[in-house]
Design a binder for this molecule. Structure first.
Ligand code: AMP
Length: 427
């Protein structure tokens, strides 16, 4: 029986790897522009970290974590998201004592045992930011501006930003109460998951995607109307800054996000070209987590975006660049003797910085030419017995088939290209 990959995981083949690398380069460049520095934390942590950080009542912790007991009897989990690890590491390494305000980002694999579908995997990559230490609405706005810029730079053209405020410890209980009053009489119309959510974390009912539940929620009270003065003021400043920065957004009063820890601002980046799983990223404030992990009272805000989903959206928008291999040279040889010369020349060319390849299968001239074409080689260097006898090579430009005899020396080859093919020459 053939062993196959685990359901919900993905093999990333070379062309696609290059697309990821390109996106990752863009990501790091944009992060640096906004002052974010990368942090790398372990892929597994104590399960307790996520129970406490992500939240006991979330689907992620409740039913999606890959948890196991190691040989020391410790209960560990593969990380389902990045924020709890970053906050743990931030405190454990006393970053808050080094600089009061920290801008951190991460990029890496996350694990959730969800039902796989298009854009929803069990192993996926997320990048995310955490701006820790400021209560300023400017930071809320800036994270949204940064998120949109990264998505845009990676190649996504159509992104909708949805935003809301879930309030704070002071005003949220009132909102929960009014939602409870509204839903109590309609409980039998809700799905089983929502019936459970109604008991354990009523706000999550708002997040249900089932049409029957959405119908029930149509006239539900919104959080915006129940915010305390502080939250209201904060939210209106964030919206004002976004407007003044020409960021288009939609108010979505039912946006609660799948995680428990949010306070005040929450937002989501949506791609209209994706199907059911249309969120390419999301985030918000979480002013209580540092304290919850035993640290001082330090507010924070962040977002996380899914790389696979973004690249899927870029592809669906028809903007994906097809990654093609490129070689400066492909060396074609004829027999054992010329082949060894070819191998030595190949090494010399690589030392000079050229990207090159040869045949290692003793294939015919025709097959080697075909291979060079497949690899997208710009020039082919042919070393036949006649060429070798004259201490020469044939240099052939693949785009137009023009060719010339040149001395078998790396300097002569480089000079020939410099003189006659200047525009293509790279070194
Ligand atoms: P979350 O951490 O749930 O707020 O998700 C943030 C972003 O991560 C989402 O908007 C998606 O782009 C991505 N994401 C979350 N779960 C998955 C998954 N199972 N597969 C692929 N991407 C995901």
């Amino acid at each position: 029986m053939k062993i196959q990959k685990i359901k919900g995981t993905k093999d990333i083949l070379p062309n696609e790897t290059e697309t990821f690398l390109e996106a990752e380069k863009t990501l790091r460049k944009t992060m640096a522009k906004y002052g974010y520095r990368e942090m790398r934390t372990p892929i597994f942590e104590q399960t307790e970290l996520f129970i406490k950080g992500t939240g006991e009542t979330t689907d992620i912790v409740n039913k999606e974590m890959y948890s196991f007991t190691d040989k020391g009897g410790r209960n560990l989990s593969l990380r389902p998201e990045g924020t709890p690890s970053i906050i743990r590491a931030y405190l454990e390494n006393n970053l808050h004592k080094k600089r009061i305000f920290q801008k951190l980002f991460y990029y890496g694999r996350m694990y959730r045992q969800e039902s796989p579908q298009s854009g929803r995997l069990r192993e996926f990559r997320q990048f995310g930011i955490e701006a820790i230490g400021s209560l300023s609405p400017q930071i809320d706005a800036e994270t949204i501006i940064l998120g949109l810029e990264i998505l845009n730079n990676i190649g996504l053209r159509k992104v909708e930003t949805q935003i809301s405020s879930v309030g704070c410890d002071k005003c949220r209980p009132f909102y929960k109460e009014s939602l409870k009053n509204f839903l109590e009489s309609k409980l039998n119309l809700l799905c089983d998951d929502c019936k459970r959510r109604f008991e354990v974390n009523i706000l999550r009912v708002l997040d249900c995607k089932r049409e029957t539940c959405r119908q029930v929620l149509k006239n539900a009270p919104t959080s915006e109307n129940q915010l305390c003065n502080e939250c209201k003021d904060h939210f209106s400043k964030v919206l004002d800054l976004l407007q003044k920065s020409n960021v288009h957004f939609t108010l979505n009063p039912y946006l609660v996000r799948g995680l428990d820890y949010y306070t005040k601002t929450v937002y989501e980046f949506i791609s209209p070209v994706l199907g059911a799983q249309d969120a390419v990223g999301g985030g918000g404030r979480y002013d209580k987590m540092v304290e919850l992990f035993g640290g001082p009272q330090i507010p924070a805000i962040g977002f996380a975006c899914g790389m696979e989903r973004i690249l899927l959206a870029v592809e669906k928008e028809g903007k994906a660049k097809i990654q093609k291999q490129h070689f400066d040279f492909y060396i074609v040889t004829m027999d054992e003797k010329t082949d060894e010369k070819g191998f030595l020349l190949l090494n010399e060319l690589r030392k000079k910085g050229f990207v090159c390849e040869k045949d290692y299968l003793e294939r015919s001239l025709k097959a080697q030419m075909k291979d060079s074409d497949r690899l997208g080689a710009e020039f082919v260097i042919i070393i036949g017995s006649e060429e070798l006898g004259n201490n020469e090579v044939t240099l052939r430009r693949m785009t137009d088939g023009s060719q010339k005899r040149v001395k078998l020396s790396i300097d002569a080859i480089v000079e020939e290209i410099r003189n006659n093919y200047q525009e293509q020459h790279k070194n």
